[in-house]
Ligand binder design. Structure first.
Ligand code: FPP
Length: 237
């Protein structure tokens, strides 16, 4: 189900140093198979692991995934509980996965929404992987609007009286990564759903029908190929 096709000649260059994924479609994928939505998240985590590994293999230095938004708490209690337990399980394996792939794990979002045990594990994973060179940003309890407000408040606490773009940028949760060059949303919806709102100002957007658990290396390659056909002008001519 999760084979990653080999294509040893496929690499990106510096034009694509940061890719973001909105991993949508887990619930529908499971329902189509007559399974509970939660099962889609179980398979979705496996897909997440194989896709971030593949992104690193092709040379993408920063990957950000939208794992749980500030709005996802509105889902049925059992589904939220399942996502949280998968996240905890992932935290137990994250150190090994990060070491194997030379990845530094960083969590974007407001950790105060999580139980203390989870927060401790998140801090431990971040600390233990801090020396690695590739970046894996996992957005959990995260939303673009809240992140911008958090960044503004941090800048104000540091003494800023009138905010500049630089004040916001240096205080974003994602401040250790450059702005995303490409944002990929699976699952056939055409919106950002509050993901990296500030950072996506000039990102190339790529939408595909593939439901997240079906996402394969070939789908990443299709998104990357589409990216390289775009003409990025950043407001210039
Ligand atoms: C979107 O599918 C997916 C989510 C809201 C949750 C994604 C969470 C994981 C893959 C698990 C936790 C993450 C990590 C990094 C361990 P959906 O449920 O909105 O699908 P639908 O649109 O078909 O309903």
């Amino acid at each position: 189900m999760l084979q990653i096709a080999e294509d040893r000649n496929f690499f990106v260059d510096d034009a694509l140093s940061h890719i973001g994924f909105i991993m949508d479609g887990n619930g529908r994928w499971a329902l189509k198979r007559g399974k509970p939505r939660e099962y889609g998240h179980v398979v979705g985590v496996k897909t997440f692991e194989s896709i971030v590994r593949y992104c690193k293999e092709i040379g993408i230095r920063h990957v950000t995934v939208y794992a749980f938004s500030t709005e996802n708490w509105k889902r049925p209690e059992a589904e939220v509980a399942k996502i949280m337990s998968l996240f905890l399980e992932y935290l137990d394996r994250a150190k090994r996965i990060a070491d194997e792939n030379d990845m530094r794990v960083l969590f974007l979002g407001d950790p105060s929404g999580f139980p203390e045990k989870t927060r401790e594990k998140m801090a431990k994973v971040e600390a233990e992987t801090a020396e690695h060179s590739y970046y894996l940003n996992i957005a959990v309890n995260s939303g673009g609007r809240a992140e911008i407000i958090r960044a503004a408040n941090r800048a104000i606490r540091e003494g800023a009286k009138e905010l500049t773009e630089a004040d916001i940028e240096k205080n974003l949760d994602s401040r250790r990564s450059p702005m995303p060059d490409l944002i990929v949303r699976t699952g056939g919806e055409y919106r950002l759903s509050n993901f990296l709102l500030w950072q996506s100002a000039y990102s190339e957007l790529y939408f595909c029908e593939t439901l997240w658990p079906d996402m394969k290396a070939e789908d990443v390659r299709a998104a990357v190929r589409a990216f390289y056909k775009r003409n990025r002008r950043f407001g210039g001519v």
